[in-house]
Design a protein around this ligand. Structure first.
Ligand SMILES: *[C@@H]1O[C@H](CO)[C@@H](O)[C@H](O)[C@H]1NC(C)=O
Ligand SMILES: *[C@@H]1O[C@H](CO)[C@@H](O)[C@H](O)[C@H]1NC(C)=O
Ligand SMILES: *[C@@H]1O[C@H](CO)[C@@H](O)[C@H](O)[C@H]1NC(C)=O
Ligand SMILES: *[C@@H]1O[C@H](CO)[C@@H](O)[C@H](O)[C@H]1NC(C)=O
Ligand SMILES: *[C@@H]1O[C@H](CO)[C@@H](O)[C@H](O)[C@H]1NC(C)=O
Ligand SMILES: *[C@@H]1O[C@H](CO)[C@@H](O)[C@H](O)[C@H]1NC(C)=O
Length: 438
């Protein structure tokens, strides 16, 4: 009888969606170990390095600012072409000396390019569900305001996210994508506006020669005449994540490489991000300034002050940059999120990443900073009492230490201290933005 009553109750509450909504995950398991997935650098699917911790009881979250990377995608068109060229070298070999390569005789590369894969769309949908579950009251208080950079995969992620929020709320909250920022114009959600910024090629090349050497030797012995280079190894190893997220089952390329080689691939990605738009790139952090200034405007409820990547027409108009919402969600790219972390002061290593010697204790890990569907959340909290407004930042659910504004173990800075700490952004990047063009 008690069981029956419980069942009736569960059925009723799931019909009405009345109490404690939960996430109904739609992302399938990929069938590869988490150890392996976590060594795919920026091609790792989202995972939480630390579980989300709610704020102290006496604090109430009053505003949530989300910036999220699109979900898992196919290789970009240019990466796909390079992968195909490396595969062609391997597949041109008439006879392999190692049977583990025999699957290549009948292997066809058939991935699309640039767009989300269904797994990636599901990641964004689940992320939307999670936001409703975690911040239900705030979402119900006012519709989340949603923007996206204009790449199709980013727009698709935003729309799948809003569908996830609507689903979790039983269609009571139906947010929609309001602003698409053109990547050819002023766009705070893309790293498209700094032509003088350098690249990470020197550093990644240095490491590639080191990490890929054993695989070059092994595969060239197994495939005589293929003449694979270290670049081919990086192309081929990337097929493990790309095929796995596209087909939702382990790619044969995952077993062609050792865990140590995947760890090397992770570091290749870490260097790419660090020297691409992160602290290792002189003109990296400045590309995150526009977003930080928009974030400060939302946190303080004051108009945007910025002379970098913002579109002042959009940001001065309450219909395209409102200040009266409680949840803001922006959809973006990995390189741009790295620039934003660096502009804010997150994840700064005490010494620059050494291209030849990875520090095994480093926290600059692309798989944790910008996996597919990576999420940075800036929460504003009201904790009562004097100086009552505070800020916390979470990246992929993990609470950040915010040492740069004097936070303690609770990761909280007063709103004032946080705003003060963002001098680089408030000063338009101390002249760095001009250097993007001059
Ligand atoms: C090759 O692939 C095709 C299509 O996927 C399949 O039908 C065939 O059985 C495969 N042949 C071998 C030898 O694996
Ligand atoms: C925000 O302000 C606009 C007017 O600028 C108003 O139309 C809208 O209803 C307000 N939204 C909320 C959630 O208060
Ligand atoms: C979700 O993303 C897919 C692309 O993978 C897209 O085709 C679909 O339209 C998106 N869903 C919504 C609700 O926009
Ligand atoms: C700013 O946004 C407006 C409205 O979408 C658009 O017409 C204009 O081209 C944008 N300007 C720049 C420089 O991004
Ligand atoms: C590999 O290199 C050898 C010797 O330089 C050359 O004869 C052969 O054609 C090359 N094979 C391929 C697939 O390029
Ligand atoms: C776009 O950005 C440039 C560079 O900061 C700036 O000069 C221009 O005023 C911006 N345009 C708009 C519409 O905000």
């Amino acid at each position: 009888m008690a069981t029956l009553l419980l069942l009736v109750f569960v059925a009723l509450s799931s019909l009405t969606g009345a109490k404690n909504p939960v996430v109904h995950p739609t992302t399938p398991s990929l069938g590869v170990s988490s150890r392996l997935q976590h060594s795919w650098a920026q091609y790792s699917p989202f995972f939480a390095p630390n579980p989300y911790t709610p704020p102290a009881k006496h604090c109430k979250i009053t505003q949530v600012n989300i910036i999220e990377r699109h979900g898992a995608r196919f290789p970009t068109a240019s990466a796909g072409a390079q992968i195909e060229a490396s595969l062609a070298k391997l597949q041109a070999v008439p006879k392999y000396t190692d049977p583990s390569l025999n699957f290549l005789k009948n292997f066809t590369y058939d991935l699309g390019h640039d767009d989300l894969v269904p797994f990636g769309a599901a990641q964004s949908f689940d992320a939307g569900q999670l936001v409703f579950v975690r911040y239900e009251k705030l979402v119900q208080n006012a519709l989340p305001f949603v923007r996206a950079s204009s790449s199709q995969r980013v727009v698709d992620s935003a729309n799948n996210w809003t569908a996830g929020v609507a689903f979790a709320s039983n269609q009571k909250s139906q947010p929609f994508l309001s602003v698409i920022l053109n990547e050819a114009l002023n766009d705070t959600l893309d790293d498209n506006m700094c032509p003088n910024a350098g690249s990470s090629t020197a550093q990644t090349n240095t490491w590639q020669v080191i990490y890929a050497a054993p695989a070059v030797a092994r595969l060239n012995a197994a495939a005589p005449g293929a003449n694979l280079t270290v670049t081919d190894i990086t192309n081929l190893i990337s097929l493990c994540p790309f095929e796995t997220v596209a087909k939702e089952k382990p790619s044969a390329f995952c077993s062609l490489f050792t865990q140590e080689e995947f760890d090397g691939f992770e570091y290749f990605g870490d260097l790419g991000k660090y020297y691409g738009t992160g602290y290792g790139q002189e003109l990296g952090p400045v590309q995150g300034v526009g977003y930080i200034n928009e974030l400060l405007a939302r946190l303080t409820g004051r108009p945007v002050v910025d002379h970098t990547q913002t579109n002042s027409t959009l940001d001065a108009d309450p219909s395209t940059f409102p200040l009266n919402r409680t949840v803001y969600a922006d959809f973006s790219h990995d390189n741009q999120m790295i620039a934003i972390y660096a502009a804010m002061g997150l994840f700064q290593p005490s010494t620059p990443l050494d291209p030849a010697h990875p520090d095994s204790k480093r926290s600059w890990l692309a798989s944790q900073l910008v996996p597919f569907s990576a999420t940075m959340v800036t929460e504003r909290l009201d904790c009562g009492g004097k100086g009552r407004e505070f800020v916390r930042v979470l990246v992929d659910d993990a609470l950040q230490d915010l040492a740069f504004c004097g936070a303690g173990d609770d990761g909280m800075c007063s709103l004032d201290a946080f705003v003060q700490s963002q001098g680089y952004a408030r000063n338009d990047g101390n002249g760095d933005f001009e250097r993007c063009f001059a």
